[in-house]
Design a protein around this ligand. Structure first.
Ligand code: BEZ
Ligand code: FE2
Length: 404
């Protein structure tokens, strides 16, 4: 048993003072230091630095580790030139992305307090790294392929990867999961088969959806910038699906949709009705010129996530939260800061279906401790000062073990 104390503890309802947490691999009790030490006299006592806040470990629900080698290769500013640059440089980026490069990025995430992440995997290359990184990893095996001719082969490869990740579950902190690349890039027949796999094995399910104006125009009208792309690379002139057909394919299974920047009110209401959630990636959306997701209008749960280094400059969750504060400039700042912290803790854990994300008895003992430079004057600003002043967290625990 261990007992940890901090100036503040972030619980699902509020920041509490003068309390401590007793834990093993899970959280056993929350009470005063005196009560916990009386009850567990042999427990190791951990006193965090002054001005510290104990948070549940942060959760990044959407990242692509296999594009971690990108710094200056891909074109930012607008979605289509970016996608063209991905096609042009994909092989070189993937081959430059060694296990060392990916492990460094897992460490960056750990230093920013991320104890769980959702890794979108197109090739399965990052499986070894995800097996050895200390974090919990929801390993989203991605299905891609709009050409019916290659559909069976691509689906077969996808299933191999699903099985490989399932076989890692017992000996690591990996959870196998399914990702659908996007409506424009996955043939509806294999899409439905993959959704059925997720349902049958109760695997977390995710899909990029309505990221750009070009995607919307292609799916709605078969026109726009994606038309030239499909003519050039796939010799096709019509989309394989439309917005409604794609959304309806997920009707009976809660799915984590990434971006949704270009979704309209009817579509967002439909996603809400069906119990889905959104991964909101503010920097990725800004860098690819996709627009702003109006989070203030959402009535479904969302997380804030980094996306990959293919459309970002770091995998630090605090860099992302600071960007979110800037992107949503119209929102009252303290309220937004609290909502954002909630989005990378309790919301994100519910979305990924992992028993963490809250400091509450029975939850997994995953913690991130942050230390503010000074005492706070007004408690309603704790979330804001946390986001603005944290570059690296002070300590990290996963399943009760200290990793930082
Ligand atoms: C496709 O298979 O249709 C596809 C693959 C990558 C990017 C876009 C489309
Ligand atoms: Fe993504």
């Amino acid at each position: 048993m261990k007992i940890i104390s901090a100036d503040y503890i972030y619980t699902p309802n509020s920041f509490i003072e003068n309390k401590a947490v007793a834990f093993t691999d899970t959280i056993k009790e929350i009470d005063t230091i005196e009560v916990l030490q009386d009850k567990y006299p042999n427990a190791e006592f951990i006193q965090t630095e002054t001005h510290s806040i104990l948070y549940p470990g942060f959760i990044n629900t959407h990242v692509h580790l296999e594009f971690s080698a990108n710094k200056t290769a891909l074109k930012y500013g607008s979605f289509m030139p970016w996608l063209d640059s991905v096609i042009e440089h994909r092989e070189e980026l993937v081959s430059n992305c060694s296990n060392i490069v990916m492990m460094n990025e897992c460490e960056t995430m750990l230093r920013s307090g991320i104890t769980t992440f959702g890794a979108i995997s197109s090739f399965g290359n990052e499986l070894e790294v995800c097996e050895v990184t200390p974090q919990r990893v929801v390993f989203f095996n991605e299905l891609i392929g709009s050409n019916a001719q290659y559909a069976d082969m691509l689906y077969g490869d996808f299933m191999e990867r699903v099985k490989a990740s399932m076989s890692c579950e017992k000996k690591s902190r990996i959870t196998a999961a399914v990702a659908i690349h996007s409506p424009y890039s996955v043939h509806p027949i294999i899409l439905q088969k993959a959704v059925n796999v997720a349902k049958e094995y109760r695997l977390p399910l995710s899909a990029h959806f309505l990221e750009s104006q070009a995607e919307r125009e292609w799916l709605e009208h078969g026109k726009g910038e994606l038309k030239g792309f499909f003519e050039k690379y796939f010799k096709t002139t019509t989309p394989v699906t439309n917005i409604q057909e794609f959304m309806y394919a997920f009707d009976t299974y809660p799915t984590h949709f990434t971006h949704c920047v270009q979704a309209n009110k009817v579509e967002l209401d439909y996603l809400t009705l069906k119990g889905h959630s959104i991964a909101h990636c503010p920097r990725s959306n800004r860098y690819l010129g996709c627009g702003r997701l109006p989070i203030e209008e959402l009535s479904l749960p969302y997380s804030v996530a980094t996306d990959g280094l293919s459309s970002n400059d770091s995998l630090s969750i605090f860099d992302e939260l600071r960007a979110a504060l800037m992107l949503h400039h119209q929102a009252p700042i303290d309220e937004l800061a609290n909502t954002l912290i909630n989005s990378v803790t309790a919301n994100a854990a519910d979305i990924l279906g992992i028993n963490c994300g809250k400091i509450e008895v029975g939850k997994l003992a995953d913690f991130a401790i942050i230390t503010l430079p000074n005492a706070v004057k007004r408690e309603e600003e704790l979330a804001l000062w946390t986001i603005l002043h944290t570059k690296d967290v002070s300590e990290v625990y996963i399943e009760g073990q200290k990793y930082l």
